[in-house]
Structure formats: C-alpha cells, structure tokens
Design a binder for this molecule. Structure first.
Ligand code: GAL
Length: 795
C-alpha cells in the first residue's frame, strides 16, 4: 500500500462565536455554519469602515480631532480580524499495520492552533506558510476523529487584505511508518546540454533503521508520461538518499514550451512498495548577467512581470485553481511572463500553474522582518518563526521550473538599521542552504539615494522598487550584481472613468473616489508605465520589471486611503473582477507580439457637445490617424519631440471637440499601408444585457469555474459606458454563482450574492460547478432592459 491522501474539503463546521469547549469532541456543533475548505470567512462582508480601521495621529496638528487620521480601507473594510473555530469529523479506517498520519495545511490565516480529538497537536502562526503536523498518536484508526482548528487574526497586522480562516487546502495523509518526508524529494539538474540532462534527486525518508531493508526506486517520466529512466537504490541505511540519473535529449522547459518531467519516487520495504510520490521538474538554465541581463536556456529574456497579492478579488483569499489560472491566462494574453508573489509565500497552486503554463515566479517571503511596519505585523513572529517560514517556502517550491529567485522581503525597514546586514545575511544564507541553485533577492527602495542601504551587499540580485531613474547609477555602484525592477509604475485608475483634461491627478480628491483612466496618475514614489518602458529599453542590463499590480486587490485604496467607502486598490492593470482596464492594452502593446490598437475614452458625453475631450490610443503600430465622424484630426507617429511621456505606445489628442457619433482610429504600417482600425460609438439608452462566458465547458467537479461578463448595451449593441443597472444572475443547471464583482473600488455590495450593479456598464459573475454534469444556462436581468442569456456545459 502506498500513501492515502484525503482532501479535507467538505463538511467543516465553522463559528466566530467564542465557544469554551470548541475543541472538545463532546461539543454539539450542529448550530455552527457548514462550510467547505478553502474558506474565507470575511469575504462575504459586510464591509464596514470600522473593520481593522487604523487611527494615526498626524504630527503638528493643534486641533485634536483633526489630528486623527483614519485609514479606512487599508485591509479592505472586511471583518477579517478576530477569532474563528473550525471543526471536522473524519473517519479514519482501521489499519492492519501501524500507520502514520500527517495533516498537511497549505495555509491558514492566521495563528492556527490545531487540535485532534481534544488535544493540541501544534500550529503555525504565519498565515501564508504551508506546514504539516504529525497526527500519529492523536488519530484513532477505525474511529471518527475530530479535527478542530482555532484561528486568530490580530488587527493592524497587514497592509492589505489578508483573508481569514482555512483559506487554502488541507490534506490528511495516511503513511506507512517508512515514508518520504514532507517536501522530501529535492530535484536539481546540475548538467544540461541538448544531448543529455543529469538529474540529482535527493530523497529524505522517515523511520529508517539499519535492518529495515529499504529500497528507493526513482523513475523519470517524460512530459508525455512515458518512463525514460529508472534507478533503484537498494538497502538504504541513512535517511537521505542521493541519486543521479541521466535523461537523453531532454526537452527544455521554456516560456513557449513549458515541458515538465516527473520524478516518481517509490519506497519499498522488503520489496513491497510502501510510499509513492510524484514531483514535477523541468530542464532549463537561468543565467543572471550583471551587464547583459537574464538568459533562459541561453536566450535573453526580459521579465515582463507583475506583482500580485494573493486574493482572487470577490473570492477573497480562498484559493481556487480555476480562478488563479484565469488570472494567469489573462496576464499571459497581455504579454506578461513573470509574477512576483508580493509580499508572501503564495498558495502552492501558483508556482505549479506557472510551471505548467510557462511563466516565471519570484517567491517572496516577507513584508516585514524584525523591525516594525505594522503594530502586530510579522516582527511579532520574527524570532521564533523567520527561519521556519523561509525554509518552508523554499522546500515546498524548489522543484518548480517557474521559480527563478527567492525574495527575502519587500521594502524592509532593516535596509537602514545597524544590524540590517546581519539579519539579511541570515535569510540569504538560509536561501543558499535550502537551494544553492537559485539566487536570493529583495525588493529594495532608495538604493541609489542612500548608500547606507546595508541590505544591498547581502543579496545576490538587486530588486529595485520604483527607481528607473537610477538604474544606471545603481549598476555603476554595484557592478557585480544583476538588477531588475522588483516594483514599478504603481499607476492608478478606475475602469471606464475619464476626467478631463488628461493629466496626472494623483493629488486630486474626487467625490466619486475614482481615478481617471488616462493612466497618467501614479503614486508619489512611482512613475507612469511609459517612463519605466524607456528605462527598460535603454538599459540592456536591467532584467525586466514587475508592475504594481497585475490585478486590483482588496485593501490599500491609494489615493483614497482615508476616504470611505474606498476599499480596494486602483493599482491593477485589470480590475478586481477581472475586466481589463485601458492600461491592459498599453502593456500588451509594449509586451506582446500581438498587433494592438485600443481607443479611449467612451464616446457618450451628453451635454458636452463642442467641448474638448482627450482621446488616447494605445498601440504598437508606428503611425495612427484619428477620425471624428469621418473627419481626420491628423496623424501621430512614434518618436515625436516634446510629447509629455515620450512613449512609443501612447498617442494622445489632448482636446478633441466632442460631437456625438463615432471616433475611429486607423493604424498604418510601412509605406503608409493601412493595417488596422477600431472605433467607439456614442451609445443610446440601455436596452439589453449581453453575456459572454470565458469558456464553453467547465469540469463537473464542484470547484471548476467559468467567468461570465455582463455588458449593458443600447439597441445597437454599443456598451452603455455609464450604466449602473442592478443585474440579477440566475442559473439553471449544475452550477452556482460563487461571487459577483463590478470592479468599483467604492462598492459596498456583497461579493457573495447573485446580484450586483454594473459599474460603467459591466460586471462579472463567477460561476462554480456544483458537482454534476449538465447544461448550465445563465441569465442576467435588470428592470427595463432585455435579459441576457448564455449557455455552457459542465462535464
Ligand atoms: C510599495 C509597496 C507595495 C505597495 C506599493 C503601492 O512601496 O512595496 O506593497 O504598497 O508601494 O504603490
């Protein structure tokens, strides 16, 4: 018998009411809520300004009341703080021979303490770490066993929405006493050529005794699942087995063809298999050259990356593979090839998906070390947990070909502290110890401005947050270190909101609490995307950039940190529900090979006739011409002198007199040949809802998802760009509405509903398979307009 893995998904009981005997098997939990795991208790809301409200005292204010600054939406205004209890009964079959039991938790937010049959079995405070508990000795085989989990989220511990509860998967693994340890197979590829790839496999075992007659058989399967090489290591007498296998003509893992091989590890005692485990890996080389940039399989690659927090918009922190895959697919579509998991270890699904889909990952461990950023932040755990947390992240993720670096932290206060270098070195040493094949890095700020930055000398590779103007300077200061932009842009916008003129308006406070979508507003410490583009183009040595952020996330509503009801970010290139903002096309024009021609704003400005409207086009064509109702407003081409942003991908006509009808942009190629065109029409009154599903089938497995976008349109099918109809979704067939979202950072409607208002004409319903197969018909209705319908299939 091999290991038996049971996912603990269904039939959890949950409460937030303090119960003294919650961990006791005798307690009656019938009145508790029934939930499935992954679960995020806070995402249903209600939103409230008081949730995790931060009150700061402004310096230099005489008036006491005015001196109190209230940062309202910092963690999303959701009820994630405080305690929660989970309980689940599990049937554990009787066993003929003694077994070991391991509870594997991908992440519990946070300060989890786990009890089994009324006894404390252990816990893990950092909510982003994966960990396992040995439940052997707690579990009673042949009986029902109670797992109880206590969770406690302190207030003022995060700079963004952390989520709440058992928000990642939990597995119960039944093992023979002789088994592979947690993350116990380490795979590296020390030599690689087109002819051969050598594979070093280190297998770490539990319960090895001199007379146990253990054999480890390691088989490598190619990307099609065919075994290509096998090696047996007989009579293991130590708990660590090292093998070297050779694969002929290895297929490379690359961004275009992410071929992954599998190492199948089988452990045998006296000839009988007692444990089997599959781990995937890839053959690829990565080289970081301080002068020439990064090379993947000896080919230059610039990282066109985004930083991502871990939440999945209206699903909150509760991980869902389909939702995560959709995020990566959209990002890839934009030309993005890399993710920085800011600022914490991701769900294990993320590096696995990136490895499968051909994207690079920087795994980041911390936003805070020993010195305080948040009153109850990571510094409270530092002494006891930093080493354990960092080792856990690396051990778990080091076989993934997508992962290229370990980031020890983001904008850490230690950069300027006396003991900062030693603290950083301690973490870098752990990275090297767990994985000598990958460099350690960090997201560092003010590197050029402050030569006193003591962390810089300790990292292998310098990640610079918001310093494109200093790339050359930092390169000169640290000639031996490769450099990349670990955080860039921090441009803010609200999808479909346009304010005139088109200028940087970061310091404007609008009553709408929205930010103009001309993509000219960015955080004070940041730059517009175009400025970063130029720096990247001008510096061959820069290995790429990671835009803050790919998707909007819950919390950190800059520039409306103090204004309520602003509860989610404006930084995303894609909004919180997953609808691209205009900026998506700016990055796509720069990053992808696709021809891009995108025109903005919408062209429905009643009452504005004759007045100027800025018109902007994002494109990678070199020359474009704008027409208003057929009249040309002239051509614009690349490299004009004196253009504000000097971007080659942004063309702006700052003041086009508005007249209803149509704006059209035509793109020209070499010799003035017309290549493409796109137009925007003035919309009439809302007449109907149209629905578009992002797929035609979903798996009938109870957790696959489909994403249906609703658009409010006029009788000609034009998007009504300001429509805010309340839309009700109905489903016939084996699916449910798991969440709804409209991308409006100020909306206080619950995500866990089947109804939401359109924001600037659009919203998205997240459909989840409810288990069985069948046709799924989605309809969306709103008063006064024709219903929208779309069908898909659950199989
Ligand atoms: C950075 C920080 C990020 C986020 C961002 C917003 O300085 O590392 O976590 O706060 O600013 O612009």
């Amino acid at each position: 018998m091999s290991r038996v893995v049971t996912r603990l998904r269904d039939e959890w009981k949950f409460t937030r009411t303090p119960v003294p005997d919650a961990l006791q098997p005798g307690l009656d939990d019938a009145s508790w809520e029934s939930v499935t795991v992954p679960h995020d208790w806070a995402i249903a809301g209600p939103f409230d300004k008081e949730n995790d409200l931060e009150r700061k005292v402004r310096k230099g204010q005489l008036d006491v009341e005015a001196s109190v600054q209230e940062i309202a939406g910092r963690t999303g205004g959701l009820p994630h703080t405080g305690e929660g209890w989970y309980r689940k009964w599990i049937e554990v079959p009787a066993a003929e021979t003694p077994k070991c039991y391991r509870l594997e938790c991908d992440g519990i937010m946070s300060h989890a303490v786990i009890y089994c049959n009324g006894k404390e079995a252990g816990g893990w405070p950092y909510g982003y770490s994966s960990f396992a508990l040995d439940l052997t000795g707690f579990i009673r085989p042949g009986e029902r066993n109670l797992i109880a989990v206590h969770v406690n989220n302190p207030a003022s511990s995060s700079r963004w929405y952390p989520g709440a509860g058992i928000y990642r998967n939990v597995l119960l693994v039944e093992l023979d006493p002789v088994h592979i340890k947690l993350w116990g197979v380490e795979i590296t590829t020390p030599e690689l050529s087109d002819a051969q790839g050598s594979v070093r496999v280190v297998t770490r075992l539990e319960a090895v005794t001199p007379d146990s007659e253990i054999t480890v058989r390691t088989t490598i399967l190619d990307p099609d699942g065919t075994p290509v090489v096998e090696e047996e290591y007989s009579i293991v007498t130590t708990s660590v087995v090292e093998q070297k296998l050779v694969v002929d003509s290895p297929r490379r893992w690359s961004l275009e063809t992410p071929a992954q091989y599998t190492v199948r590890s089988e452990v045998m005692v006296k000839g009988a298999v007692v444990d089997t485990l599959d781990n995937r890996f890839g053959f690829r080389t990565v080289r970081f050259d301080p002068n020439l940039g990064m090379f993947l399989n000896d080919k230059p690659v610039k990282m066109k990356g985004v930083c991502q927090h871990h939440d999945l918009g209206p699903l909150g922190a509760a991980v869902n593979t389909a939702a995560l895959r959709r995020q990566l697919e959209m990002l890839k579509e934009m030309g993005c090839n890399a993710i920085r998991t800011s600022h914490n270890p991701p769900a294990p699904e993320l590096p696995a998906l990136a490895s499968e889909m051909g994207m690079l990952v920087i795994d980041e461990a911390f936003d805070e070390w020993k010195y305080v950023k948040m009153i109850n932040g990571y510094h409270t755990l530092w002494d006891a947990w930093a080493e354990k947390d960092l080792r856990a992240m690396i051990k778990r993720d080091r076989n993934h070909p997508a992962v290229i670096m370990w980031s020890t932290g983001n904008e850490i206060s230690e950069q300027w502290k006396e003991d900062g270098a030693a603290i950083s070195q301690f973490l870098v040493d752990i990275c090297h110890d767990e994985d000598p094949t990958r460099p350690a890095t960090g997201g560092l700020n003010n590197v050029a401005a402050s030569r006193r930055n003591v962390v810089v000398p300790t990292v292998d590779i310098i990640g610079l947050n918001y310093q494109p103007q200093d790339y050359v300077h930092v390169h000169t200061l640290h000639p031996g270190k490769a450099i990349y932009g670990s955080e860039t842009a921090s441009t803010v916008s609200s999808r479909g909101e346009y304010y005139f003129p088109a200028v940087d308006e970061i310091h404007l406070k609008r009553d709408t609490l929205q930010v103009s979508s001309y993509d000219l507003s960015y955080a004070g410490w940041a730059t517009a995307p175009d400025v970063e583009f130029r720096a990247q183009d001008e510096c061959d040595f820069i290995m790429g950039e990671f835009v803050w952020t790919g998707f909007d996330y819950l919390g950190e509503p800059t520039p409306y940190a103090e204004e309520w009801p602003s509860r989610s970010s404006y930084f995303g290139i894609i909004d919180l529900g997953g609808i691209p903002k205009d900026r998506f096309y700016l990055y796509q024009a720069k990053w992808s090979d696709k021809p891009v021609l995108h025109l903005m704003p919408h062209w429905t400005w009643p009452g504005h006739e004759g007045k100027p409207v800025p018109v902007q086009c994002y494109t990678n064509y070199k020359e474009v011409e704008l027409f208003v109702n057929g009249k040309s407003l002239g051509r614009l081409s690349r490299y004009p002198k004196g253009r504000v942003l000097q971007s080659n991908y942004r063309f702006l006509w700052p003041a086009v007199p508005y007249e209803p009808g149509e704006i059209r942009v035509v793109a020209y190629g070499p010799k003035g040949v017309m290549m493409s065109e796109t137009c925007v029409h003035t919309a009439g009154e809302p007449a109907a809802i149209t629905l578009v599903a992002d797929r035609q089938t979903m798996a009938a497995d109870g957790e696959d998802m489909a994403f249906v976008t609703a658009r409010v349109v006029d009788k000609h099918g034009n998007l009504c760009p300001r429509a805010n109809n309340s839309i009700a979704f109905k489903i016939a067939g084996p699916a449910t509405v798991a969440a709804v979202c409209n991308g409006d950072a100020t909306s206080l409607e619950s995500f866990k509903s089947n109804r939401i208002k359109a924001f600037n004409g659009m919203c998205v319903a997240y459909l989840c398979s409810s288990g069985g197969p069948g046709d799924v018909i989605v309809s969306a209705s709103s008063e006064g307009v024709a219903e929208g319908v779309v069908g898909l299939r659950a199989d």
